[in-house]
Design a protein around this ligand. Structure first.
Ligand code: SF4
Length: 375
């Protein structure tokens, strides 16, 4: 199992909450595609496993033309060995979708869509500065199904000021009433370098309180269990067994290569980070200079990553695996803390697996902070 991630950093407009690396300046787009092709070839010997998942994320990959997406996919398949049943996902904005676009995506090899809907409520979409409206969101789902996608994921955001519990329930109902089989639902988080973050610094943005957050979360959990969506990671839900292979490969530490500005790679105990600036990325590739930094993972890094990635999933932490990653002193300390969380009703331990329950899932960030160790 190995993966490829392609970061397309362009967006037509910038959402008020967004902390990803992106730019609204598309003047470099053609050069950027040439550089991605160069990077794909440059890294062709980085991993030896077959590729079982490719993910185009962003930014907004659907700002690229079909022929540009096709060139990128063709270059990947020329230089990497792809599994026959490979999962190939593209994130799209509802506004960029039309029947022809969907047919062409399928023709060139995509078999999974991740649609950035966030909400089906026009006033919330406007508040978030999304460029689509609810009608476009619904149409993108209908068209994707009609034109052949059977594997569709939707992103939703909840915990937004002025969003009522009814608003969120009605968003969830739209998902379960459709044939969408995967949901990624994130609580709105406010990062300093975003529009909302800047408002918050001036006391002009008030986040919802913790008891409201908990009600939103409980609505989500109840909806999932009533509609046969498997809650397989803190923010991810799947029905019909359509768990994202790409996400799962990250959580199980499979090697992956990332292409594009700000993309990360992980292969054979090393992690590398591409520069998060499209201009520097292009300049470096064109002049054959370095555009990424690399580090080898220490035992502490490996342990912390294992806790951060696995504890958020339904597969949890395997205590036997954990005992092989850290020394016995730290292991005993961690077991003591895990037992305290168990006694407080946040997790279960069975067959050497530590698995968060819904109470624990709600405060997973806190539990993870308590379990990670410093160098
Ligand atoms: S949320 Fe998505 S579409 Fe909005 S600015 Fe960020 S990357 Fe672009």
């Amino acid at each position: 199992l190995a993966g490829i991630y392609v970061h397309i950093p362009y967006c037509k407009t910038i959402c008020h909450y967004c902390d990803f690396y992106k730019t609204a300046n598309t003047s470099t787009l053609d050069k950027f595609v040439e550089c991605i092709l160069m990077e794909i070839e440059l890294k062709k010997d980085f991993i030896f496993e077959n590729i079982s998942t490719i993910y185009f994320g962003g930014g907004t990959p659907s700002v690229l033309e079909i022929y540009q997406l096709e060139r990128i996919l063709n270059t990947i398949s020329k230089h990497y060995q792809l599994d026959k049943d490979i999962e190939i996902t593209i994130e799209i904005n509802p506004d960029d979708s039309d029947p022809f676009f969907f047919q062409e995506l399928i023709r060139i090899g995509f078999n999974r869509l991740s649609i950035g809907i966030q909400s089906f409520n026009d006033s919330i979409l406007k508040y978030l500065n999304r460029r689509h409206n609810a009608k476009a969101a619904l149409k993108s789902i209908e068209d994707a199904l009609e034109f052949g996608f059977q594997n569709i994921s939707i992103d939703l955001i909840y915990g937004i000021p002025n969003q009522s519990f009814d608003d969120f329930n009605s968003d969830l109902k739209r998902i379960s009433d459709s044939q969408v089989n995967h949901l990624s639902a994130y609580h709105l988080g406010i990062e300093d370098n975003t529009y909302f973050g800047k408002l918050k610094a001036k006391n002009r943005f008030i986040e919802i309180d913790e008891s409201s957050s908990r009600i939103f979360y409980d609505l989500l959990i109840d909806w999932a269990s009533n509609n046969n969506f498997d809650h397989y990671e803190v923010s991810n839900f799947a029905r019909d067994n359509k768990i994202s292979r790409h996400n799962k490969s990250y959580w199980f530490s499979a090697p992956y290569i990332g292409f594009g500005p700000s993309a990360h790679s992980f292969f054979y105990n090393k992690r590398s980070f591409n520069i998060a600036n499209v201009k520097y990325y292009i300049d470096a590739l064109e002049s054959k200079n370095s555009f990424s930094e690399e580090e080898s993972l220490s035992f502490t890094n490996k342990y912390n990553e294992y806790i951060m990635l696995r504890l958020r999933t339904k597969w949890g932490i395997d205590l036997l695996e954990l005992s092989k990653i850290i020394d016995s002193n730290n292991y005993l300390k961690i077991i003591k803390r895990i037992n305290q969380f168990k006694e407080s009703g946040y997790l279960s331990i069975s067959n050497n697996k530590v698995i968060l329950n819904e109470n624990g899932s709600f405060i997973s960030d806190y539990i993870i902070r308590e379990l990670i160790i410093s160098e």
